[in-house]
Ligand binder design. Structure first.
Ligand SMILES: Cc1cc2nc3c(=O)[nH]c(=O)nc-3n(C[C@H](O)[C@H](O)[C@H](O)COP(=O)(O)O)c2cc1C
Ligand code: SF4
Length: 434
């Protein structure tokens, strides 16, 4: 790795820079003109220790939802025997999230550069980028970018391959994804072995989210100190957020971690209607009462005080005209249908929970005591965190919409106007990951 940092934007946008033009940075020349050339090449079989230390110093956490430190994953991969492989998880099956799609369409070279940086860190010979079959425009953008790079021999001996997997929510879980890419069903396997031990073709596999890869592409150019120039000491850098619901301009925004929710809302043109609550973290996230919004900072640490976290950083502003219980019941049903159907507590538990939520939304509180019990029973009982994330969302709804629970069950009244707010993909409402 060279230490030349060609250009050092200390303000935003970083990842989204250059994307306001019609074609964004889809062409290699425009990408290099804006970001500068990537000062790193993968040297298969030879991990790059300087690059690894730079990423360690940056404190980058994975942007796919769990915020797991990237450097620790690299250490884990390098501690294994065998030739490592890189897998960029570009599935983004979370319905309210669009950040990875926006990146892949507008800045495909940044994601590809990130795959190169991952490969350089672990000395991989091969990097796979996995997308859902339905992500056709994103596939086309990456495919075009890859062809340009191959023509100009940009990535040396590193082989970069695009792969598609069936659409679905749980297939984005890394073991389900690897299982599908290995020719099996897109269902999580029971751990261990974990991907860093045995992943693609049995090789130690470094799995990083598409945005994480793009962040790495910038860290390789500008260094750890630059990266830490935004964000907080514990949660450094910028991050992409998909903001939807009752805001004037819904879309994908780049924020410094630790930004105030108020500032994000202002950047989106403000609220389009009075808001009852915010769903923060996507469908594994938590509802936060709008009363907590003023002054709320967007970090995992700040949200943890309210029982939440940033998750995949999809934020939905729920308008006061909507019923939080009805909305959560719709998502609960969808989440239960997304179960990969192999762990009893997940299959039966989530179905029962969704049924109880549907009853509640219709004003029937008969199953409320059972619901509270089931929500405590399912977490930690599946091969993946699907039941945990689903239960967390529903438990937060019962807490934040406590007044609605009383209104539904005692007054038999739902004040929602019935117009759905939270997105549910039409094509997968009855389907499990195929
Ligand atoms: C049910 C489920 C769905 C997931 N879906 C995605 C996804 O769509 N994209 C993603 O990057 N990570 C997803 N993850 C997280 C991945 O398992 C994995 O942690 C991530 O890709 C690692 O990348 P990161 O460390 O860069 O965030 C999902 C996890 C679970 C439990
Ligand atoms: S916990 Fe649910 S989604 Fe996860 S592997 Fe088991 S059945 Fe599938």
């Amino acid at each position: 790795m060279t230490t030349t940092h060609r250009k050092s934007p200390t303000t935003l946008p970083r990842l989204l820079g250059g994307l306001d033009a019609a074609e964004g940075l889809t062409a290699l020349d425009r990408h290099v003109g804006f970001h500068g050339a990537l000062p790193v090449q993968a040297d298969p079989g030879r991990p790059d220790p300087i690059l690894i230390e730079s990423v360690r110093a940056s404190g980058l956490g994975g942007r796919g939802g769990a915020n797991f430190p990237v450097a620790r994953k690299i250490d884990a991969v390098l501690a294994q025997r065998g030739r490592p492989i890189v897998l960029i998880n570009a599935t983004e099956g979370e319905p309210p999230s669009r950040k990875d799609h926006v990146l892949m369409r507008g800045a495909p070279h940044l994601v590809l550069d990130g795959a190169v940086v991952c490969a350089a860190m672990v000395g991989a010979h091969e990097a796979l980028i996995a997308l859902e079959a339905g992500s056709r425009r994103e596939f086309a953008a990456l495919d075009h970018a890859l062809a340009e790079r191959e023509q100009r021999h940009v990535d040396g001996r590193l082989k970069i391959l695009l792969e598609t997997v069936p659409d679905g929510f749980v297939i984005g879980e890394e073991r389900a994804l690897i299982n599908a890419l290995n020719g099996g069903p897109g269902k999580p396997t029971f751990a261990p072995p974990r991907p860093f031990q045995k992943g693609i073709g049995g090789a130690p596999t470094l799995v990083q989210n598409a945005e994480t890869a793009a962040q790495l592409a910038l860290i390789a150019r500008h260094g750890a100190e630059w990266f830490r120039g935004l964000g907080t000491a514990a949660e450094p850098g910028s991050a992409l957020v998909t903001l939807t619901g009752a805001v004037a301009n819904p879309g994908v925004y780049e924020i410094p971690l630790g930004a105030a929710l108020d500032d994000l809302l202002a950047a989106a043109g403000g609220l389009a209607a009075p808001v009852r609550a915010y769903l923060i973290g996507g469908y594994f996230g938590t509802w936060i009462d709008a009363a907590h919004a003023p002054g709320l900072r967007l970090t995992n640490a700040d949200l943890a005080r309210l029982g939440g976290g940033l998750g995949a950083r999809a934020i939905i502003a729920l308008p006061a005209r909507a019923c939080g219980l009805t909305e959560t019941a719709r998502v609960a049903r969808w989440l239960s249908e997304q179960s990969a159907g192999q762990c009893g507590p997940c299959v039966h538990g989530l179905d029962a929970i969704a049924g109880a939520m549907e009853l509640l939304a219709r004003g029937d509180g008969r199953q409320l005591p059972d619901l509270a019990r089931w929500l405590q029973m399912v977490p930690g009982r599946g091969a993946c965190r699907h039941p945990d994330g689903s239960a967390k969302l529903i438990a937060s709804a019962l807490e934040v919409f406590g007044d609605e629970v009383r209104r539904h069950t005692i007054d038999r009244k739902c004040t929602g106007d019935g117009t759905p707010v939270l997105p549910i993909p039409a094509s997968t409402t009855t389907g499990r990951p195929r």
